[in-house]
Design a protein. Structure first.
Length: 364
């Protein structure tokens, strides 16, 4: 992604930086195309060293040499047989760096201590940065949008298949396992987050973990699921009912759907993320359930299932065409359960384009 690297280099130059050390795995993949995954923050598949006016390097160990050479076009591949720091020492000497930025929100303290020691030895100033690459990732290219739409479509196909198999007596865990098995069987790389299945009172917890509780007729069941295609994520939530929903459940689904429609209507370029949140939240507040909607309206989706920008009271930044976001209002009532409906949309020049087609329990 040479144009992306050019944008990053311009940002580094404006800040008077000689290079950026990239340790966040999705940022590494976004900039280089290197798809290897970290096995936790303490076992990295490698880092990037992107210079402002020279070559860029992918630094990795021998396990990933061939993969790096195949995937990271435009990067010089350097393998470290004895750890990262001896290789960085040689590179710092040859590149004559003066100011080196690092991703302060994704670097182990133990790694930072070693980096700081090496920087002091070489007379390099370390500059902590947050969000530099993430801001570039917020605006999706046509190729990225195509992968996201594939993930959305496959996610809906998986949901439709599993929804047709739901019946009273299945446990939340069984349904979650069935969803994730179906994802892989249909060609997904895997789930983009642990699947949520929350039946009855468990639905009052927005991030409920599936339990052995059995599904029953007439109660709301929240299913929050997403998968990955080509590294890009989807995220969709439906609240379903087996059998006939009662009047209270129908009223809650209709209220949340009304709030979702309001949020989608407000989603357009030039407005702040907080404005979209406020528009949808007002619908739920006016119905007397403002205290029962405790999370933000939505979030960006891409290589991470949760990334910028957000639709929350904190986000004063203006939305731009090419941003992909969820719109997911909810109402959560302790002792009874919850309702959440979630769709994804991309901001366009004229407003937004809905990426979901599934309408299960959206038109009750």
């Amino acid at each position: 992604m040479s144009t992306t690297l050019d944008k990053l280099r311009r940002r580094l130059k404006r800040r008077g930086l000689d290079a950026l050390l990239v340790s966040q795995p999705e940022n590494r993949r976004y900039l280089s195309g290197f798809t290897a995954a970290d096995h936790g923050i303490s076992e990295s598949a490698g880092v990037l060293l992107v210079t402002a006016a020279g070559p860029s390097f992918l630094l990795t160990d021998g396990r990933y040499r061939l993969q790096a050479e195949q995937e990271a076009a435009g990067f010089e591949i350097r393998v470290y047989p004895r750890g990262l720091f001896p290789l960085l020492r040689r590179l710092f000497s040859s590149l004559a760096l003066k100011r080196l930025a690092f991703e302060s929100d994704y670097l182990l303290h133990s790694v930072f201590v070693g980096l700081a020691r090496l920087a002091a030895e070489k007379g390099i100033e370390l500059v902590p940065l947050t969000g530099l690459v993430e801001e570039l990732r917020q605006l999706k290219s046509a190729a990225e949008l195509a992968l996201i739409e594939q993930a959305v479509r496959l996610n809906e196909q998986v949901f439709a298949e599993v929804y047709g198999q739901l019946r009273p007596g299945l446990s939340e865990r069984e349904v979650a396992a069935l969803i994730e098995e179906t994802m892989r069987r249909r060609g997904a790389e895997g789930p983009s987050f642990p699947t949520i299945v929350a039946a009855g009172p468990n639905g009052a917890m927005p991030h409920a973990v599936p339990t052995g509780r059995l599904l029953a007729e007439g109660e709301p069941i929240i299913i929050d699921m997403g998968l990955k295609v080509g590294g890009y994520c989807s995220d969709m939530t439906r609240t379903v009912v087996l059998g006939q929903p009662d009047a209270r459940t129908l009223a809650m689904i209709r209220l949340v759907r009304q709030a979702q429609r309001a949020g989608l209507a407000a989603l357009r370029p030039g407005v702040a993320g907080r404005h979209v949140d406020q528009v949808a939240r007002r619908v739920i507040e006016e119905a007397g359930h403002g205290d029962h909607f405790g999370h933000s309206l939505g979030h960006g989706v891409g290589l991470n299932v949760h990334e910028g920008p957000s639709l929350s009271y904190r986000n004063r930044k203006l939305l731009r065409p090419g941003m992909v976001l969820t719109v997911e209002p909810g109402v959560y009532l302790p002792g009874w359960g919850g309702v959440r409906l979630e769709n994804m949309a991309v901001v366009t020049e004229a407003g937004c384009r809905l990426l979901n087609r599934d309408t299960t329990f959206l038109d009750v």
